[in-house]
Design a protein around this ligand. Structure first.
Ligand code: SF4
Ligand code: SF4
Length: 502
């Protein structure tokens, strides 16, 4: 008779009695599997790695005076560029908003499809998968790897180990290398890096990320998820009975038993699980999903693929291990629900998450569309607050800061509003006081100027008179950027007889 399934000699190395903070790690040798979820994981892996490695090399034309890297965290100039969006430090609320959206998105994802983030897109999962590809390529699949590990050191083993670790290190260096390109112009930094002209911080960052990638993905693997990552614990609070999790449908699988056992015990009503252990052998976390939900399970669904392949080969219905919700599982067990029932994702909780996510996103878009590309800030001199000049006029000093947020140099006409008869001049300038000043500001820069404003005290009824500085883009035409900033002009207190005279 042809053998249609494979019994894997396995032990779930991450079983509860093995989990101790002091126990030495037992190496897991995940077996390769094929199927829908494995294919999906290959796609997600390819897409996420491509995004990570390629993004810093994408160009985006912002004109002459701004960097042309599409995604750039420009620490030196304190800017964040994302294609057509440019975030200044004072606009950090955009980044805050995006982080809140990411958090809410993760809540939404977890409450509907469980730990999909962990199983498919988490960097630890993606890089472990990548390192496993290399391991399988060099050492072979599970049995060959177990055998090689047990083999005494010899030429073949040393060669394979050197080859595998060299590729791992290459991937680790590329990972660290790609990261620094997000913080400077990628082509220039690459040139400086290979000619040893880059800043020391670039080398140390690459060294740290190379080390962490190599150790986390090459050696620690599932231990990062089990012991280091807080997310599995947080998720416990987010999952509910309607969240999808990878589930062993014991109501269908038990009593489990192999073919030999079934033949020798015809009286027992066996379920669909033939106890082949393939689901355990493929698990990168080293657990047996048939023990129930476990914190270690990252819901990568590889055990679903493995079990489905067994079910297909033995002529049983697929889905002995499947994505299922606790409520579906319980109902199935009680035999009260249509076996084809599709879990409901639309429930108050997910609706609230979607609403919050959409509202924050919409709010950020509105803010983005409405944000000023010209900002004026004014600081009144406090010492002295005012000076009485020989011609009887009063002079107040101000520091006016003009922020040009566009990526081209611009000139602004600075005027005074609501202070009748006032004029101004630049501190240190020998020019006559005027109604307006022309201030040139470089692209994407802030310019601070010291301005003196003069006014006749007889025209001022209050000791402190509010007025505005107004800046207008000289070449802006009808749609010119305009910015106003409130200020106060102060004069000395009048003598009583003057006040009576007024
Ligand atoms: S039990 Fe299944 S879903 Fe969970 S980590 Fe293992 S293979 Fe992935
Ligand atoms: S659940 Fe499926 S893969 Fe796992 S032992 Fe049973 S039949 Fe084999």
């Amino acid at each position: 008779m042809t053998k249609v399934y494979e019994n894997v000699d396995r032990i779930e190395v991450n079983r509860p009695e093995q989990r101790s903070g002091y126990a030495a790690r037992v190496k897991i040798h995940p077996k390769r599997t094929h199927g829908t979820f494995r294919t999906l994981k290959w796609w997600v892996m390819a897409i996420t790695l491509t995004i990570y490695y390629v993004t810093p090399w994408l160009r985006f034309d912002r004109g002459l005076h701004a960097p042309d890297q599409a995604v750039l965290v420009d620490l030196a100039n304190r800017r964040f560029y994302f294609f057509f969006i440019e975030i200044w430090p004072q606009e950090f609320y955009f980044v805050g908003g995006l982080l809140v959206m990411a958090g809410v998105g993760l809540f939404l994802l977890t409450s509907t499809v469980g730990r999909a983030w962990c199983g498919y897109t988490c960097p630890q999962t993606v890089w472990v998968d990548l390192f496993l590809v290399v391991e399988r390529f060099v050492d072979g699949d599970r049995n060959a790897r177990i055998k090689l590990d047990a083999t005494p050191w010899g030429f073949d083993k040393i060669t394979k180990r050197l080859f595998k670790h060299a590729i791992w290190l290459l991937i680790a260096v590329s990972t660290g290398g790609a990261w620094i390109f997000y913080f400077a112009d990628a082509p220039s930094l690459a040139r400086e890096f290979v000619t040893f002209n880059a800043a020391p911080v670039a080398y140390s960052t690459v060294a740290v990320l190379t080390g962490t990638t190599y150790i986390f993905a090459g050696f620690m693997r599932e231990q990062v998820c089990t012991y280091m990552c807080p997310w599995p614990r947080i998720q416990g609070a987010m999952l509910d009975e309607h969240s999808l999790t990878v589930t062993y449908n014991d109501w269908r699988g038990e009593a489990r038993g192999g073919h030999k056992q079934r033949r020798s015990d015809p009286a027992t009503a066996y379920g669909d699980c033939i106890d082949c252990n393939l689901c355990v052998a493929v698990c990168p976390q080293g657990i047996d999903i048939r023990d129930g939900q476990q914190l270690e399970c990252i819901t990568c669904a590889l055990c679903i693929d493995a079990c489905n392949s067994v079910m297909a080969r033995t002529g049983r219905p697929l889905g002995l291990i499947s994505y299922s919700t606790l409520s579906d599982y319980t109902a199935h067990k009680a035999g009260t629900r249509d076996p084809d029932h599709w879990p409901s994702f639309i429930r108050p909780r997910t609706f609230i998450y979607i609403l919050v996510f959409a509202m924050i996103g919409l709010g950020l878009l509105v803010l983005l569309a409405m944000r000023d590309r010209l900002v004026v800030n004014v600081l009144h001199d406090r010492n002295p607050v005012y000076v009485q000049l020989s011609d009887g006029t009063i002079r107040n000093g101000y520091t006016v800061k003009i922020l040009n947020k566009r990526t081209e140099p611009r000139s602004f006409r600075l005027t005074i509003e609501d202070l009748p008869g006032a004029s101004m001049y630049l501190a240190g300038s020998s020019e006559e006081a005027r109604d307006a000043l022309i201030v040139a500001v470089e692209a994407d820069r802030l310019k601070a100027i010291k301005v003196y404003v003069k006014a006749d005290p007889r025209t001022l009824h209050e000791r402190e008179t509010g007025f505005k500085f107004v800046a207008v883009d000289v070449n802006g035409g009808d749609t010119a950027d305009v910015a106003r900033s409130q200020a106060a002009f102060e004069r000395p207190r009048k003598h009583k007889k003057d006040e009576e005279h007024d």
